[in-house]
Design a binder for this molecule. Structure first.
Ligand code: SF4
Length: 366
């Protein structure tokens, strides 16, 4: 999207300012670092049942959305659960953190607190994204505007060469956000600035030659050590019943890959994906019809028939909501069918088209 097109107001939804979707008001609840306590998860499940469509919809930024919120009272419930600590800042608390890194998780909570204490930072665009990567490269590849990656400071995914200690990481990210707010003009993201260099002014740290770091995707699915498990609800739709089973196990971390790190043991099978070879793990899709009026198709119904495949994202229109930051096959609903990386196929041939593409790519690499 061009910078000039962004002169209009930023309309990222929150709890107070919901988005009018075809299935009713949509509320986005920010979870800095993806962290959610057992009690908060239960409150979200109750709110989804009592006020919304009965599910928590995980987002590609590790937040949750409630859809079809047709009854009042959501903000009161979420405030009571500690999920709206600073109403003025609710839409800017966009902070990713490596789910398995205690350091990154701790920094995310510290940044959240510090961010909410700076009144002017409530004016950041709702799309501005902070990230703390513990060093594994998992969230560093998620397209954050500013990321601390185990000491390295990245802007828009690129190493700046600045090295910042853990102790000064929060301060450095806040400094970037403050400067961005001052110089952004109509830009919503760091990547839209003609020159990001001014964002580093005033930050002290060691300077080294910038590096090209490796990134990796995702939380391991299945048991992680003896006391945690990675699970994934299909298409990121976590039913209230599934949320309650997770809450019973313990606290959790919602990841930007629409999976959840459960810090405890699940006491029963509630249909969450726990098998790392499950075919549904490779497929994501926007909400599509009937939830979104812009959609040309019921993309989730079609995506559910795809089967085992490399990374694919299926969208109902050109906005491609929720598409992964990593390389993937782009599937876009079109007149009477789908465009697979730009080539049209009838909806019924989607699985075949993707399988053929997969095998052609495998041969190409041999
Ligand atoms: S990609 Fe288009 S159809 Fe899908 S949810 Fe977004 S706006 Fe709606």
């Amino acid at each position: 999207m061009s910078t000039s097109a962004r002169a209009r107001a930023d309309a990222c939804p929150g709890v107070f300012a919901t988005h009018d979707a075809a299935d009713g008001p949509l509320a986005r609840v920010r979870l800095p670092g993806g962290a959610v306590t057992s009690a908060q998860l239960t409150a979200l499940a109750d709110a989804a049942d009592d006020l919304g469509d009965g599910a928590l919809h995980l987002t590609s930024r590790g937040n949750v959305q409630l859809r079809g919120v047709l009854r009042p009272g959501l903000a009161t419930r979420l405030s009571a659960a500690g999920l709206l600590p600073a109403p003025s800042h609710e839409r800017v608390r966009n902070i990713l953190a490596s789910p398995l890194s205690g350091i990154a998780q701790g920094l995310a909570q510290a940044l959240d607190k510090a961010l909410c204490a700076v009144p002017e930072l409530a004016e950041l665009p709702g799309r501005f994204l902070f990230a703390f990567d513990g060093g594994s490269g998992d969230v560093a590849g998620e397209g954050a505007d500013v990321c601390w990656r185990d000491g390295a400071l990245l802007l828009d995914g690129t190493d700046t060469g600045l090295r910042i200690s853990e102790e000064h990481a929060v301060e450095a990210l806040l400094s970037v956000a403050r400067t961005f707010l001052r110089i952004r003009g109509t830009a919503w993201r760091v990547g839209e600035l003609p020159d990001p260099e001014p964002l580093l002014r005033g930050i002290s740290g060691e300077t080294v030659k910038p590096q090209a770091f490796d990134t990796k995707t995702g939380l391991p699915i299945g048991p992680i050590g003896d006391h945690a498990i990675g699970v994934a609800p299909v298409f990121g739709r976590l039913t209230s019943a599934q949320a309650r089973v997770i809450a019973k196990a313990g606290n959790a971390v919602v990841t930007p890959w629409r999976s959840i790190l459960v810090l405890g043991k699940l006491d029963r099978d509630v249909g969450l994906v726990v098998d790392p070879s499950a075919s549904s793990l490779g497929v994501s899709a926007c909400i599509g019809r009937p939830g979104c009026a812009k959609s040309r198709a019921d993309v989730r119904a079609d995506a559910a028939r795809i089967g085992r495949t490399p990374r694919v994202h299926v969208s109902g229109c050109e906005r491609r909501c929720g598409k992964p930051a990593q390389e993937h096959v782009d599937v876009l609903a079109a007149e009477d069918g789908y465009l697979v990386d730009g080539t049209w196929f009838p909806a019924g041939d989607l699985a075949k088209a993707l399988a053929a593409k997969d095998s052609a790519e495998v041969k190409g690499h041999q």
